[in-house]
Design a protein around this ligand. Structure first.
Ligand code: GTP
Ligand code: MG
Length: 215
């Protein structure tokens, strides 16, 4: 991959402005019947429980308490919708998968809701699939990728908590991740490394999202 920055300063600035809007929580849903009406371009954050989905949404919007964060895995078992007045984008925090104590019925309910949402949401432009930098892609993430491939929704891997590993290990992880993604039909062939805690990769991720809204 080239070292040229992917985005111009102007694009980064436009994206910063989008995320500087007054983002707010709209609604939580546990079934398809209650989805908000189709409208804005939508993007969603998915990933295993505790990977840092809510933290990333808070960091992107600069609003600490926007998406609930917790160190108790599996708290967010709903689709949570966020929007901002006059922003042409809706952000969805998806329920985390793969927490150890999940009973079988809950896993099934997760799969059904998530698959129905992925299949039935024409405005959903991309899913950002979060992977913990310390762990890389695990079997459970491969299962989520298969679901996304089956739903034919484009997904892009975002590495989280990159402050937790050293730069050479991160470079290796990015290469390994890209190699795994190459075999996946609906995957987007780029990876963004982020740290919600240190702010790393956030401007780039905002710009990636802003381009989806504009194109
Ligand atoms: P569920 O809603 O349970 O699926 O979890 P989640 O994916 O929303 O994770 P959440 O944002 O609640 O973060 C889980 C834990 O990881 C929290 O203790 C966060 O403080 C921590 N965390 C999130 N992002 C980062 C990061 O960039 N760096 C570090 N060091 N810790 C992070
Ligand atoms: Mg969460």
């Amino acid at each position: 991959m080239s070292d040229e920055p992917k985005f111009t300063d102007e694009q980064l600035e436009q994206a910063r402005l989008l995320f500087a809007k007054p983002w707010d929580f709209r609604t939580s849903v546990t079934d398809m019947a209650n989805l908000p009406e189709i409208g804005n371009t939508e993007i969603a954050f998915a990933g295993r429980s505790n990977v840092g989905k809510s933290s990333l949404i808070n960091a992107l919007t600069g609003r600490k308490g926007l998406a609930r964060t917790s160190s108790t895995p599996g708290r967010t078992q709903m689709l949570n919708f966020f929007s901002a007045d006059d922003a042409p984008l809706t952000i969805v925090d998806m329920p985390g998968y793969g927490y150890a104590q999940a009973p079988k019925e809950l896993v099934e309910a997760w799969t059904n809701l998530v698959f129905a949402y992925l299949r039935g949401r024409p405005t959903l432009r991309r899913v950002f699939l979060l992977i913990d930098s310390r762990h890389g892609i695990k079997t459970i993430d491969e299962e989520a990728m298969s679901l996304l491939d089956k739903a034919a929704v484009i997904y892009q891997v975002v590495l989280t908590k990159s402050d937790k590993i050293k730069p050479p290990a991160l470079t290796r992880l990015i290469d390994e991740t890209l190699a795994k993604l190459a075999k996946r039909p609906a995957s987007y062939p780029e990876v963004i490394a982020t740290s919600s805690e240190k702010g790393k990769g956030l401007a780039e991720l905002r710009a990636e999202i802003d381009q989806l809204v504009k194109n």
